[in-house]
Design a protein around this ligand. Structure first.
Ligand SMILES: [Zn+2]
Length: 266
């Protein structure tokens, strides 16, 4: 049986966040946010113009107005205060270009799930999976929070500047319990991207005409092989259809949600 494989580099991202968060605050090795003088950091924005947002697939642009949802911004996949770093190179950089809307919506998820280590780890896992584990089923509560806030962000239009100026509110500090928890309590497994999934399918296609439900990892099974009322779970998907959809998705012509939803609509 062929399954989606785990990836060491992604695993490391998640585990270092876990180690960071599981260290008492006073002993944590803080990574500083790059300053405005850092050229490589500015370049992320410059190079991101015209590219697709890795999360929502929108074409990113130079900021056109305050809070422009499609403006290119810099995103730390794992935020620095949750144990992320400033890595920009390699297959899975932690610093990437992302649209302002997604960036804000991801921040919102972090702020909503920040009370316990368990919540924080769940959020970090979501942040990594959303960008780097395309095709893997994300945990619903994070997706919901993300989507709700993204809709709000994407509805933003140019506005006249406020004559009173910027108003800010101070936030009370978050009180955190200092407890050390055994990592075995958490599901710290990550599955790599849909590219690997295509590779798995390629292996299957050598011998068969269709993809069988048992050939897919359970984490994506429910979406791709749904249970139909009165008929039980769909057992096979045609090889040609799966391939067409995957090609469309990988070429950026359809987003992840459309891609997954096609399995429901036939
Ligand atoms: Zn986006």
């Amino acid at each position: 049986m062929i399954t989606i494989e785990t990836n060491d580099e992604l695993q490391t991202m998640l585990l270092s966040a876990y180690e960071y968060l599981n260290t008492p605050i006073s002993e944590r090795q803080k990574v500083a946010r790059p300053g405005p003088g850092e050229k490589w950091y500015r370049d992320i924005n410059v190079n991101g113009i015209g590219k697709r947002c890795p999360t929502c697939n929108v074409k990113m642009r130079k900021k056109q107005f305050k809070n422009d949802p499609n403006a290119v911004t810099r995103e730390h996949i794992v935020p620095l205060n949750l144990g992320g770093n400033n890595k920009v190179n390699g297959a899975f950089p932690n610093c990437v270009a992302m649209c302002h809307g997604c960036n804000q919506a991801r921040n919102k998820v972090v702020n909503m799930f920040n009370k316990t280590l368990n919540q924080k780890m769940g959020a970090v896992k979501f942040l990594i999976e959303q960008v780097y584990c395309k095709g893997v089923k994300l945990v619903e509560k994070y997706v919901k929070a993300f989507r709700r806030y993204l809709g709000y962000q994407k509805s933003k239009k140019p506005r006249m500047p406020n004559p009173i100026g910027h108003i800010s509110f101070s936030k009370p500090p978050v009180v955190e319990k200092k407890t050390i928890v055994d990592s075995s309590q958490y599901d710290l497994t990550l599955y790599s991207s849909v590219r690997d999934l295509r590779h798995s399918f390629d292996q299957v296609w050598k011998n068969e005409d269709a993809v069988h439900v048992s050939q897919l990892h359970p984490s994506v099974r429910d979406r791709w092989f749904p249970v139909k009322p009165g008929m039980g779970r769909v057992q096979y998907r045609s090889k040609k259809k799966v391939k067409d959809w995957m090609d469309l998705y990988l070429s950026g012509k359809i987003g992840q949600l459309t891609f997954l939803n096609r399995f429901h609509s036939t």
